[in-house]
Structure formats: structure tokens, C-alpha cells
Design a protein around this ligand. Structure first.
Ligand SMILES: *Cc1c(COP(=O)(O)O)cnc(C)c1O
Length: 446
């Protein structure tokens, strides 16, 4: 892949839209607050209690540790073969084994036959995942996992605010977690949220997170304070530079540099450290999150309108698949068959940090990405590879044959994500639509 964004220049490429629609912060968010982030998050999500961790990964570690205490003999955790590398890293951190399961390209749902084969007496947990604010089917995975005596941890890292049938994602399994990392909507620069409807599991997770906040050794505690201060400064920097005129310096330039070196993994931010920081989140960052959360419903509403409009616009481009909220029939069917209820229609109301599309081929995808990523058109890749195809994570992922995980590899080879930031203007969006059309016709002809 050779990177040549200069070939598109009919709009102002200097004002780079961010790859995702992160909620901007205001200086007034740094003023004291009269209530707690945890209780505001609990209310927003619709649960009695929400726990705040230093990252989504840290929440996952706490969830896995809580389950390990219940079934120490179970050592496998089943995850989608296309996911954030931090998920297998968290599993490895806990001394557990990642087992990959294929997913369906157009819905991200688990291949249920494969899941059924993989789930057994050694399975500790299954991790269905919601991608980019879209809602995946969790209940079929719950049924299969529970039948095998395993638990379900719902990875809603990218989907805070997404709802199914009026109820937040993250609550259909045994434990759910969200990410408050930069770029994932509401942010503490790094942070996470953990929820569970099962009081005993929640108590166990709370104890694990207490341990992360207050490690036994003073040196670890000190390191925790240093981490939190670093994140607080990073959050201050985010407050200041997260605006269109400055993003080209902090986002676009590093991305272009990585792409010029053909380093897609660096450009996508997929190069994660093995060392998972586990520490406290201080009250300054929580206060900022508390203030910003008050603006989140309005922000999500605005993004949903723009996202749905553009979703329909993209549907007019022939040859691509666009991920929307209407694909939830599978979930509606699952609910109808597992519960003898009177559910007739399940309404998904996703969050729209970005819009995901599948190009018709890997060739068309690469053609588009080569000309658009970092060039002010709002495109990027979510995860560069399916999990078995990252050189850097070979040691924690079992070898896969070339024709294993066809669904996950299909997604990795054809997917493009399009920023749904309000700074992704109509002019940019239309320029991108033309380029998508061109990518399809040029690569079809050759
Ligand atoms: C970002 C992400 C995570 C990890 O969340 P962090 O807050 O970055 O640790 C886990 N799963 C998915 C699908 C993600 O996108």
C-alpha cells in the first residue's frame, strides 16, 4: 500500500476531522462538581451502580479476576477474531487463554455454530462485542455460554449510549464494560466503566477495582498517583487542543507520518503495550467526566441524526455494505425464541462515533484508504488485522490456518470507518462519497 493523499485536494485538508466523534470538553468542566461521576453514570446507563476504572481494559481485568475467583479451573476466554488487541492482552495479563471465534461480516455477531463448538467445561467467559456504537446480538451468546457453565462479559467499549429496546448495551450479559478512552465519546483521557446486574458479581468486581486503586505496596500506590496525574495533564491538553484548527497537529501529522512509513498499525493506534496500567482515577478527572456527561445525551442525539442521514446517503452507493441499526432482527428472533414473551419488534438505537462500511474488495478498500486517510476526509481503520494476523501478538494467539476465521478476516480486509464528528462537514462527506464511488469503479475495471 502506498500512501498518496495529495491526489485529493478539492476541500480544505488542513482542518482535519477527528477519526471519531469524541465529546469536546470545556474549561468550565474543570470546576468543582456537587455529585459523583459514578452515580451520574449509573443513572445514564440505567443501573443501580456503575464502577469507574482507569481504562476499559482495567475493567475487563477486574471482570475476569472476579470470574476466576468463582471458577479457577476454567482457563479459556472466547473473543471475536476481530477485536481490539487490548482484549487478548487483558486475558493474557490474567494468565488466561484467548480462544478466537469467528464473527459474521455484516452483523459482527458470533458465528453461533462455531461458538457452540468452542464453548465447554474449560470456558470461563465469552465476550460478545459491540463495534462502533452498533449493537450486536448478545442473548444467543448468553444462552450458549450459560449452558456450558460460563459467563458473558459484554464488551461495550465503543458503545456507551447505545440502546436496545430502550435499555443500555452492557446489561444483557453477566458483566459489561465501557471505555472512557480518548476518542470513544465521553472521555477521562483513559478510563472505563463496569456494570453488572448480578449483585454478587458486582461486589467481586468492586473488590478487584478497589485493589487496583489501592495496591498493597507503597511503590505501586505512588506509581498509581503518577499515572493519574499524567492522565490529568493529558486531559487538560485534550480540553485545549481538541478543536478543528489544532487537530491537524496532534492527530493528522502523526498519522500521515506513520502512513508515509507504511506503518498502518501505528497509524491505527493498534500497537499496545503489554504492561497494562492498573491504578486509581483521581477526583479531578472524575469531576470533569461528571460535567461532560451532562452534555452527552444531547451530543449523542446530534450524532445520531447526522449518522443516520449519512448512513442513508451511503446506502445509495452501490457495492458497499453500511452498518446500521436495522440489522437487529436476529436479536429480535433470539429474544422471541428464548423468552416466551410478546416481543414483536426490538428497537436498536445505536451510538454514532463513526460510520462503518465494508468496501466490495480489499483492493477497493486499500485504494480508498491510500487516498483518504489523514487527508481530511475522516477515514481510518478500526483494527488493522484480524487477531491471528498481528505479528506483535503472535505469542498470545493460537496459530490460525489461512482459511480460518473467514468472517473476521473479511471485515479486516474490507472495512473503512468514517468519522461522524460534527467537524466532518457535508462538503468533506460528499468528497468522500465521490472517492468511494471512484474506488469501486477503478478497482472493478482493473
Ligand atoms: C478500546 C477498546 C477496548 C479497551 O478499552 P480501553 O479503555 O482503551 O482500555 C476494548 N474493547 C474494544 C472493542 C475497544 O474498542
Amino acid at each position: 500500500m502506498t500512501y498518496s493523499p495529495k491526489s485529493v485536494s478539492s476541500y480544505n485538508a488542513r482542518r482535519e476531522p477527528p477519526p471519531t466523534a469524541g465529546l469536546p470538553l470545556q474549561l468550565s468542566d474543570w470546576l468543582p462538581a456537587s455529585a459523583y461521576l459514578e452515580s451520574a453514570l449509573a443513572e445514564f446507563i440505567g443501573v443501580g451502580e456503575a464502577l469507574v476504572s482507569c481504562s476499559g481494559t482495567a475493567a475487563l481485568v477486574a471482570a475476569l479476576e472476579a470470574l476466576m475467583a468463582r471458577a479457577p479451573e476454567r482457563l479459556d476466554v472466547i473473543v471475536p477474531a476481530y477485536t481490539c488487541p487490548l482484549v487478548p492482552l487483558a486475558i493474557a495479563h490474567c494468565g488466561l487463554t484467548t480462544v478466537l471465534c469467528d464473527i459474521e461480516p455484516e452483523t459482527f455477531n458470533f458465528d453461533l455454530d462455531a461458538l457452540e463448538r468452542l464453548c465447554g467445561a474449560n470456558t470461563l467467559a465469552v465476550i460478545p462485542t459491540h463495534y462502533g456504537g452498533r449493537v450486536s446480538a448478545v442473548l444467543p451468546a448468553v444462552e450458549i455460554a450459560h449452558a456450558a457453565g460460563a459467563w458473558v462479559i459484554e464488551d461495550a467499549a465503543q458503545s456507551l449510549g447505545a440502546k436496545i429496546d430502550g435499555c443500555s448495551v452492557g446489561l444483557a450479559g453477566d458483566i459489561g464494560f465501557f471505555s472512557l478512552a480518548v476518542g470513544k465519546g465521553l472521555t477521562l483521557f483513559e478510563g472505563g466503566v463496569l456494570v453488572s446486574k448480578t449483585p454478587a458479581l458486582l461486589a467481586e468486581c468492586r473488590a478487584r477495582l478497589f485493589h487496583q486503586y489501592h495496591p498493597p505496596h507503597w511503590r505501586q500506590r505512588l506509581r498509581g498517583y503518577v499515572w493519574d496525574w499524567q492522565r490529568t495533564f493529558e486531559l487538560l491538553a485534550y480540553t485545549v487542543v481538541y478543536r478543528p484548527a489544532l487537530l491537524r497537529w496532534v492527530y493528522a501529522r502523526p498519522v500521515r507520518k506513520a502512513l508515509a512509513h507504511n506503518d498502518l498499525i501505528d497509524a491505527a493506534g493498534d500497537d499496545f503495550s503489554r504492561d497494562i496500567p492498573l491504578h486509581r482515577v483521581g477526583s479531578i478527572r472524575k469531576t470533569i467526566g461528571y460535567h461532560a456527561l451532562k452534555r452527552l445525551p444531547q451530543w449523542l442525539h446530534q450524532l445520531r441524526q447526522q449518522g443516520q442521514e449519512r448512513y442513508h446517503r451511503l446506502l445509495q452507493l452501490e457495492g458497499i455494505h453500511v452498518y446500521g441499526d436495522h440489522l437487529q432482527q436476529t436479536m429480535a428472533e433470539a429474544i422471541a425464541t428464548t423468552e416466551a414473551s410478546t416481543h414483536t419488534e426490538i428497537q436498536a438505537e445505536g451510538a454514532w462515533p463513526f460510520i462503518m462500511i465494508l468496501m466490495p474488495s480489499n483492493k477497493a478498500r486499500d485504494w480508498l484508504i491510500e487516498r483518504s486517510w489523514g487527508a481530511g476526509l475522516g477515514t481510518s481503520l478500526m483494527f488493522v488485522h484480524a487477531m491471528p494476523d498481528y505479528e506483535a501478538y503472535r505469542d498470545i494467539i493460537a496459530d490460525a490456518a489461512p482459511n480460518d476465521f473467514p468472517g473476521a478476516r473479511e471485515i479486516a480486509s474490507r472495512m473503512v470507518v468514517i468519522s461522524n464528528s460534527p467537524w466532518m462537514t457535508d462538503v468533506r462527506f460528499e468528497a468522500l462519497c465521490s472517492l468511494i464511488r471512484k474506488a469501486i469503479s477503478v478497482t472493478k475495471a482493473s
